[in-house]
Write a protein that binds this ligand. Structure first.
Ligand code: AMP
Ligand code: MG
Length: 349
């Protein structure tokens, strides 16, 4: 009897030792090419079998979201975009309703600078295509005409499970926010699956939960005008880092550069900023805010950041000047700090 008891204790001891090793040291990583970018998922302290199952389910989910949310191809959002111009009520599913309602709220907070209703303008600039456009840019007359129609998320009438607009210029494109929203959904799934330490990195934009073996995750933020990183951030717990940059998608036409982040007030690419990085718990908010603050530029970003409820921001303007909130300054280490023009700006009025 005593022997059995001792054996049981030994076994329990052994088991917990194995668990400990698994908890602390195992790392499983998977790379997926989805949503136009490479998505890296890293899980810490999980068993191999469970990790493989999680990767399989995540890939399926990402592929589903990619197809459903493409504004320009056949799929749930493509269908919505083909029905909107008719001005009649039509049915929508709960998943897209949530995206529409969430993004409409963020759009309102951003004073319409983040505006997913500008699909038509994105098409005019040819940024609707998978491949990079060659130009030419739209004519001044085309831009002027687009501006008169004032397409905005407030033009949408969202019913229980229906949608309608009386503005035929409204075409939805969630390119500035879908990646963040998808990463949030993926993290929700990981948490439900019992994963506590993980990072989902979608082409440099990411959300992490937990830690890397008790240590923070160290994240590089790309230099918008040079190879390599301009800063590193340490994150721990549940947090996202999203960057919008003018270097991500652009084309040169007759000596001028046109990039993909458009200012809904002018109809042209926002020219005062080169990159904006936002740290925030939710990836969807960080993603929408990075785009909105990019458009807001060095003069207006503090007001929009306050309205959108984000306090960890770095904005780099076209002269290379770096604007930081005090909260962001505490969280990042800038490379070659002494050589840079840095302005720390509090969001308090
Ligand atoms: P991001 O890299 O998150 O800033 O998103 C840029 C993408 O969002 C572009 O490729 C467009 O599809 C879309 N977009 C561009 N300008 C805006 C804007 N002002 N509001 C909402 N979406 C935009
Ligand atoms: Mg964005």
């Amino acid at each position: 009897m005593l022997k059995k008891f001792i054996l049981a204790i030994l076994l329990i001891g052994l088991l917990s030792a194995c668990e400990k090793i698994a908890e602390n040291n195992t790392v499983f990583e998977e790379q997926m090419f989805v949503m136009g970018t490479i998505v890296n998922v890293t899980l810490y302290g999980e068993e191999e079998k469970k990790s493989q199952k999680v990767f399989h389910n995540l890939l399926k989910d990402f592929k589903y979201m990619q197809a459903a949310w493409n504004p320009w191809k056949k799929g749930s959002l493509g269908r919505i975009n083909s029905l909107l111009p008719h001005g009649e009520d039509f049915s929508i599913g709960p998943a897209l309703k949530d995206i529409i309602v969430t993004s409409a709220e963020l759009s309102e907070q951003s004073e319409g600078l983040f505006n997913p209703a500008i699909g038509q303008l994105i098409k005019l600039w040819q940024f609707n295509k998978d491949e990079l456009p060659a130009g030419p840019p739209p004519s001044e007359a085309q831009i002027k005409n687009w501006l008169t129609q004032q397409a905005s998320m407030t033009d949408l009438e969202v019913g229980e499970l229906s949608l309608k607009t009386n503005n035929p210029a409204v075409i939805l494109d969630f390119g500035a926010f879908a990646k963040g929203y998808a990463v949030d959904k993926a993290i929700e799934y990981l948490l439900l699956a019992g994963v506590e330490n993980a990072i989902i990195n979608a082409g440099g934009d990411l959300r992490a939960i937990g830690s890397k073996n008790g240590k923070p995750w160290v994240i590089g933020i790309r230099d918008p005008r040079a190879d390599g990183v301009i800063a590193v951030a340490e994150i721990q717990g549940d947090e996202s880092v999203f960057t919008s940059g003018d270097y991500e998608r652009f084309y040169d036409y007759q000596g001028k550069r046109y990039h993909h982040i458009l200012d809904p007030r002018t109809g042209y690419p926002a020219m005062e900023t080169t990159s904006v990085t936002v740290l925030h718990k939710k990836a969807a908010v960080a993603d929408a805010a990075a785009t909105a603050l990019f458009v807001a530029g060095p003069n207006d970003w503090t007001r929009i950041a306050r309205k959108m409820g984000v306090d960890k921001v770095m904005l780099i303007d076209k002269q290379g000047k770096i604007y930081l909130t005090p909260e962001m300054q505490k969280r990042i280490r800038l490379q070659n700090e002494e050589k840079r023009d840095i302005s720390v700006v509090s969001l308090d009025k």
